[in-house]
Structures are given as C-alpha cells and as structure tokens.
Design a protein around this ligand. Sequence first.
Ligand SMILES: Cc1cc2nc3c(=O)[nH]c(=O)nc-3n(C[C@H](O)[C@H](O)[C@H](O)COP(=O)(O)OP(=O)(O)OC[C@H]3O[C@@H](n4cnc5c(N)ncnc54)[C@H](O)[C@@H]3O)c2cc1C
Length: 374
Amino acid sequence: MAADVETVVVGAGVEGLGIARALANKGQQVFVLECHDRTGTETSSRNSQVIHAGLYYPQNSLRAELCVKGKALLYGFCEENGVAHQRCGKLLVATSDEEITKLEAIAANATRNGVDDLQRLSADEARKLEPEVVCVAAYLSPSTGVIDSHGLMTALEGHLTTRGGQVVLETTVTGLSQPGNGADHFVIETLSAGETSKLTAKNIVLAAGLGGTELGHMLSYAPGYTVPETYPARGHYYALTGAAPFKHLVYPMPQGAWLGVHLTLDVAGRAKFGPDIEWTDHVSYDFDEANGARRTKFEREIRRYWPGLPNDSLQPDYVGVRPKIYKLGEQVADFALHGPTTHGIPRLVALYGIESPGLTASLAIADHVAGLIV
Ligand SMILES: Cc1cc2nc3c(=O)[nH]c(=O)nc-3n(C[C@H](O)[C@H](O)[C@H](O)COP(=O)(O)OP(=O)(O)OC[C@H]3O[C@@H](n4cnc5c(N)ncnc54)[C@H](O)[C@@H]3O)c2cc1C
C-alpha cells in the first residue's frame, strides 16, 4: 500500500521544522503536524535565544558535537537568510578565588570540544569590556551570540514550503500504530477542530518536545528498549527595566547542570536574567513570583557579578520548561536521538530530552536525524 505522505514530522518547534527542511532538501515529501495554531509556541519560543559556543557539555557527547557543528551552521544560515542575530560574545566570570578552578575546568572542557577561540581575561581586562561587571577572572567567548528564534523558524518553514512541504496547524497527533508485523507504513491518528482522522506515512519523526514521551509510548519496540521519561524543569526569566549597560552576555559559574542566573541580551539589546530551575510534575507557563522570594533570589545572584543592579528594576518576563530526561540528582542525560538501530523500528526517529543547546544545535540535529531515517 502506498502511504498518503512520505514523511510526517510531529511538532513544529525549531527541531521539527529543521528536520522537515533537511528531509525536504533531500527530495522527500514532508508534512509537519502541530497541535497549536502557530509554529514554535512552546520551548522554541521560551528560551534564552543564545547561540552557545559549546563550553560546558561533556567531550564526545551529542550535545557537545552538535552544538559546535550547529553553531557554525546557524551563523551561516542566519547570514544567508537574513535571520536577525548578533555575534556579541559572552563573559564567563569567576566572582571569587574559589571559583577559578571551575572557570579553568570549563575552559579546558571547551578546548576538548573544539572551541578554540576563548580568551583568558584578568579582572581589569574584563572590566574594560564590561565596566559594570565585577569578577576576579573571566573568559571571553567571542563566538557566543544571540538569535531571533522566531525569525529562524519562519525561515525554516519558508524553505520547507518552497520545497513542497507543509505545516499543518491545530492538528494533534492522538495515536500512532503500525498495522501488522513489519508493516511498510505508520498510521497516524489526529484530532483537528473536534474531528478525528487518520493518515498514513512511510517515515515518521517525533520532534514533540515535552509531548515526546507520550507519543513514544504509543508504539511497540524491540525487547530491551525503553522510551525515555520526561521530567519537566521550569525556568523563570526577569527582564531589566530601562537600558542595559552591557554589550556582552554574562554568565556566572554553573551550579551542576544549571548555568546559573545569567544575563542575556536579545537581538534588540533588551536584557533579561534567568532562567532559574524548578523541577515540577506538570507543565505550566504561569510566572510564579513565590511571594517575592524569587525576585529576592534573582537580585542576590545577579549582584554577585553586577553589584550595581538598581533596586526594583526586574520585572517578571516569561517561563520556559526544559524537557529533561533525567531526574533531579541523576546523571545529566545527553540528547536522545533514537533511530532504528536504537529502538528496532525501521523508518522511525524519535527525539527526547532536547533541552539546551537544542536551539544552537538545531541545524546539526536536523542533518543527524535526516541520516537516521532508514
Ligand atoms: C528555559 C530554556 C532556555 C533555553 N535556552 C537555550 C539557549 O539559549 N540556546 C539554545 O541553544 N537552546 C536553549 N534551550 C533549548 C531549546 O529551546 C530547545 O532545545 C528547543 O527549542 C527544542 O525544540 P523542539 O522543537 O524540540 O521543542 P518545542 O519547541 O517544544 O516543539 C515541539 C512541538 O511539538 C508540538 N507537539 C507536542 N505534542 C504534539 C502532538 N501530540 N501533536 C502535535 N504537536 C505536538 C508542540 O506543540 C510543540 O510546538 C532552552 C530551553 C529552555 C527550556
């Protein structure tokens, strides 16, 4: 039986759109199914919009490899397609002598990951670049930047549609199956405007972010394979009212896998701080001020590197939710890009745990996933 569509991608976030574009570039007919009425309204529009250099991730991990590759691809794509971005650079700062060992360990890790442009700065040199920042030592990462993630997704969708692909909005995937043993197609059940329907696809890619695990559980796999569970972790952002006295992003020392309350600028130069981290059982984008305790904590963390933060200058901005696939206290998980050799189902690729640096890595993830469709 011929399938209705060659390839269905579930999820029109930056990963789904990037993968769909990569497959369309290979000549495939691709439909992207998205439950919301617009593309990229979940994690892809609730992040820091930073093009990461690749400093923190373990050597030889997918996160390291695809971040470094993805960064180069992303800068090239932005330049070719007029996507707003800035290679503004970032300062990674140690605010006490005790933090210098950690600072040097991150720089050494970055070198192992192939990041070869870090510059060691003394406190005075850092102050010349950012007069308001107080630290005892720093590294400048010149290849860190910021991007308009909405502009990126619009450009990816444009490439897809000009190659004959389609994004189908307000269509929730409610069921996945493979009729019969070794069937040559997938059956995808959808709900759209209260109506259920079915379509068939030869290949399927699950790029559903926080919804990935629920979809993954709908199929039967080779013995021994387990669909990764998703453990959401919320992150709040505060925006700075007034003009930002910074030209670079500023990151304190990370605390475990959390990068700390850092300062980022958007492409228009607006400053925001965050995200913090709060593990949760359910996904919610409501901003919780925690009776003022959250703001107090942010102010304390920010003043470690910016003592001049004016009182009452932070305003609640937004919340993003990380689709983590490990629990609090467990070892940090790598990106899970599961193709047929991992789960045993031909022509299926499923993505789990695509948290940071998933935006930076998106074009490299897309190429990797396109290569797994067999
Ligand atoms: C707080 C935070 C900060 C971050 N900062 C950065 C950063 O600065 N730099 C960086 O590189 N990365 C960053 N990231 C990571 C980056 O944002 C993500 O890796 C990336 O956006 C993931 O994209 P996605 O397409 O996988 O997920 P999403 O954008 O969540 O897309 C998944 C889509 O699938 C849809 N969907 C789900 N279930 C179904 C269904 N059943 N049927 C139809 N549609 C469905 C959803 O509606 C959604 O649109 C950050 C992440 C967070 C949470």
